[in-house]
Write a protein that binds this ligand. Structure first.
Ligand SMILES: CC(C)(COP(=O)(O)OP(=O)(O)OC[C@H]1O[C@@H](n2cnc3c(N)ncnc32)[C@H](O)[C@@H]1OP(=O)(O)O)[C@@H](O)C(=O)NCCC(=O)NCCS
Length: 181
């Protein structure tokens, strides 16, 4: 259902190992649109030492290859607020998570897990066999999230982050046909 809405993602009540563990969470996953960018930029600036610019997000909304499975998307709360977002490209049979963040006051409630789950789902629907990402060596919260979602550690890219010269840890996960559901 690319571009469509899915209401009431219940975390922790089903057998899905990607979303087990937390209380029921009312969010709606939908494609990001231009009017989300104020909220997205607020989260982005609160989340990263070198935030993406507004232009980087808006370019991503319009890339020719991005439809239907590689459009950035948001997790929207019950009042319509943006709780988090993800940018994931599905190109040439490989999926890559480029950006993912959750509003600081909404962390620890399962939103990040739902966003990662949606990246995997969209990768599966795009026919990708594997999903990859880089994460800062010191970002243990994010690493724990990825490990809980079935990713494995693949290696280290030394000094990958030019702002702090921090190493990147490389993680990936197989995408299975059943992940498309
Ligand atoms: C990483 C991030 C996206 C996680 O989002 P979140 O909504 O808090 O994640 P969830 O609530 O879905 O947590 C999922 C798992 O991640 C781990 N986790 C998340 N926050 C954690 C924390 N503060 N401490 C320890 N583990 C944590 C837990 O293992 C958790 O599993 P559990 O639900 O079984 O306990 C969020 O912290 C964030 O936006 N960080 C700043 C941006 C960032 O670092 N992005 C990733 C770049 S690679």
């Amino acid at each position: 259902m690319p571009g469509g809405f899915r209401f009431g993602i219940h975390l922790g009540v089903d057998a899905d190992p990607l979303v087990g563990g937390g209380p029921a969470l009312r969010i709606r996953i939908r494609d990001m649109v231009l009017r989300d960018l104020d909220e997205v930029m607020e989260i982005e600036k609160a989340s990263f030492p070198t935030p993406w610019s507004r232009g980087m997000f808006s370019e991503d909304l319009d890339r020719p290859f991005s439809r239907p499975f590689s459009r950035p998307f948001v997790a929207e709360g019950a009042s319509g607020e943006v709780m988090g977002y993800a940018v994931c490209w599905n190109v040439a049979g490989e999926s890559h998570i480029l950006n993912i963040a959750v509003r600081p006051d909404r962390r620890g409630a399962g939103v990040g897990r739902a966003l990662v789950r949606e990246c995997i789902r969209r990768g599966a629907r795009a026919g990708c066999a594997r999903i990859h990402l880089e994460v800062r060596a010191g970002n243990e919260e994010a690493q724990r999230l990825y490990l809980r979602c079935g990713f494995v550690f693949d290696g280290i890219r030394k000094g990958y982050y030019t702002d702090t010269r921090e190493d990147a840890f490389l993680f990936s996960r197989e995408i299975r046909v059943r992940d498309a559901v």
